[in-house]
Unconditional design. Sequence first.
Length: 139
Amino acid sequence: MAEANRGAIDLDKVVAALEKMAETPNANRVTLIDQLSEPRMKEAIKKALNARYTAKEIAGLLAEQGISITPATFAQYWRKIEREDKGEADTKQAAKSSTNKPRTASAPSEAKANAPAKSEGKPLTQKPKMGGAFDSNNL
């Protein structure tokens, strides 16, 4: 019933409008890391770092230009940007294994599978004794 009240939709017109919208990012949704990742900004930051400026100095300059960021956050974001440039976006996966050997589970042998379970240790015939300041009579 709601569709009866609506006019016909020109699909081509809607698609064209969405594509035009997508040409420019929503300025209200651009994050700090997006700003730092912008190619010209990234190159300028690389040059400053290569000239031995610190994260604190770069963050100070960015603050002067209207980009409020702490040195620690700048350093964290910059490490992430560099990892993404190197193709290591998922560092947990890269750091998970330092060997190239695949992990395989060993199958239990038939002898172990058919053997009766052994109890380990001595059976308890007495209460455990607690040493030190504990007295079993005062518990």
